[in-house]
Design a protein around this ligand. Structure first.
Ligand code: GAP
Length: 491
């Protein structure tokens, strides 16, 4: 219970301090959609940049990409999403609420939320005993209708003229944009296998149950890497990326005891995966608490092979009146190894369809984990201090600059320092209110350092430097503030 309260505290702080707002709030809100406010947008941008730095910039074997959200409909036929990206749902006969079958619990336990998506054609034929399951909306027991498949992709129409209007899907993952550009990247860069292509961007899923603030929403951002390697080396790269991705979270301050791996059981694996592990975080909600933060999958050569088949299907699709439901993918050609998505390794003189290791993270979900892990309340001189102990790389504001009082030249000196520092670091200038309150406001925003220009500054040219976590204050010469900060912040 205490942990549930903690999520409420975080939601309240996010609203109060402008991290995260409900979408369309002045119209009563739009369920499961959120807007990032002035502090939140900086935090999320820093999460993105930390990911890009670790996965792309610091490596010689990964390049970036930014694909469009709308893609050719055959992409989703080839990837399997058009036929398989659905949840099994049931409707409560008492209150008409639709629930995911795998999320239903009985009176004693909680449901495992790990079931994979279902095949749209075959879903109804699978037997399910729901006689003891409880409706999460009204509490009725065993009052469910027959389970059915619910497609998770959002549809939209493209084209202004009736005759060429086409039904498209908003992408449910960014990964497919990478696969369909595999050849383009190979042909335009010097990459050689093993190498990766990374992308950060919005994805959309019409989730049946949304959950816990920004944890599961219908519009969200993913940070995905598709790492292409030779078959036979895939297990090694899978282990490599597991270690790398775990370290990314702990390097950015997530406590090890709140992070763990959970390998998927074979019957839980997605249709494309040979192996999959979730990096789980101990979120402050649910009865199990441990929830997926990121998935790392061995996707084998499934996607590239499927897109080779998709490329050969285009004409059939045109002939079928561009109707996705009316066509099947062409059978795999016998000479698929000479197809455009195969790879020739000059060193081994072998041609193969590369295997893919995919670490797939949620930017919003990671942002929530960083918020939860950084959040702290402590009593200081009889008062509660709320503090976000962000890693400096993630803190929305790196340094706040204050004049102690609004006179004796202090604001002028503080402003000049602010003008200098803001060119390098996200900085904040504040001259309003008591100094203690100004410190508290920055603690709540997670600002690692505050600099105060005071009476002594005029005498000896030093300022007070205050540390967010220890609240210790030391004096630093004004002309050394920048160097001092760079030692602490450029990490
Ligand atoms: N390309 C593989 C893929 O999309 P996934 O496990 O479905 O795999 C990867 O999604 C990550 O994306 C998840 O671990 C989670 O962090 C994030 N994610 C997925 N659905 C989400 C949702 N509805 N809301 C917020 N984040 C989500």
């Amino acid at each position: 219970m205490a942990q549930l309260a903690k999520l409420d505290d975080i939601v309240a702080l996010c609203k109060r301090r402008g991290f995260i707002f409900q979408s369309s709030e002045i119209y009563g809100g739009l369920a499961s959609c959120y807007d990032y406010g002035p502090l939140g947008v900086e935090l999320k941008r820093n999460v993105r940049e930390a990911w890009w730095k670790a996965v792309v910039k610091m490596r010689d074997d990964v390049v970036g990409l930014d694909c469009s959200i709308l893609m050719h409909p055959l992409v989703w036929k080839a990837s399997g999403h058009a036929d398989k990206f659905a949840d099994l749902v049931t409707v409560c006969k008492k209150c008409n609420t639709r629930s995911r079958v795998d999320h239903l619990a009985d009176h004693h336990g909680h449901a495992e939320e790990h079931t994979e998506h279902v095949d749209i054609d075959k879903a109804a034929a699978t037997p399910h005993d729901l006689s003891r399951k409880v409706c999460p909306a009204c509490g009725a027991v065993g009052q469910f209708g027959a389970p059915m498949a619910f497609r998770l992709m959002f549809e939209t129409q493209m084209g202004a003229n009736v005759e060429d209007t086409m039904t498209l899907f908003l992408r449910p993952e960014t990964a497919q944009g990478i696969f369909v550009n595999f050849r383009n990247v190979l042909d335009t860069t010097r990459v050689k296998i093993p190498f990766g292509i990374a992308q950060i961007g919005k994805s959309f899923r019409n989730e049946v149950t949304t959950k816990a603030f920004i944890f599961r929403t219908r519009e969200f951002e993913q940070a995905e890497l598709e790492f292409f390697c030779a078959p036979g080396t895939d297990d090694e790269w899978y282990e490599h990326w597991k270690a790398e991705r775990f370290r990314w979270y702990t390097d950015l301050g997530i406590r090890k005891e709140n992070l763990r791996f959970r390998e998927h059981d074979p019957d839980e694996l997605a249709h494309y995966a040979k192996a999959c592990v979730d990096v789980e975080y101990r979120f402050p909600f649910g009865q199990g608490d441990w929830q997926e933060l990121e998935g790392i999958a061995n996707r084998t050569d499934y996607d590239l092979r499927q897109h080779q088949r998709g490329m050969r299907t285009v004409n059939d699709w045109m002939a079928a009146g561009r109707d996705l439901t009316a066509i099947g993918l062409k059978e795999e050609a016998e000479d698929y190894l000479s197809g455009p998505l195969s790879y020739f390794d000059e060193q081994t003189r072998q041609r193969f369809i590369p295997y893919v290791i995919e670490p797939s993270a949620g930017v919003d979900r990671s942002t929530l984990a960083f918020l939860v892990d950084a959040y702290d309340e402590e009593e200081v001189r009889g008062e509660v201090r709320n503090v976000l102990r962000f890693h400096p790389a993630l803190a929305p504001v790196k340094v706040a600059i204050f004049p102690l009082v609004k006179k004796d030249g202090m604001p002028e000196t503080a402003r000049a320092l602010y003008d200098d520092l803001k060119r390098r670091y996200a900085s904040f200038y504040d001259e309003k209110g008591a100094i203690g309150r100004r410190y508290r406001r920055q603690d709540e925003a997670g600002t690692p350092y505050c600099v105060t220009v005071d009476g002594q500054t005029k005498e000896d040219g030093t300022v007070t430097m205050r540390d967010r976590d220890s609240m210790e204050q030391i004096r630093v010469p004004l002309d050394q503030v920048r160097t001092w900060l760079s030692e602490k912040l450029d990490v």
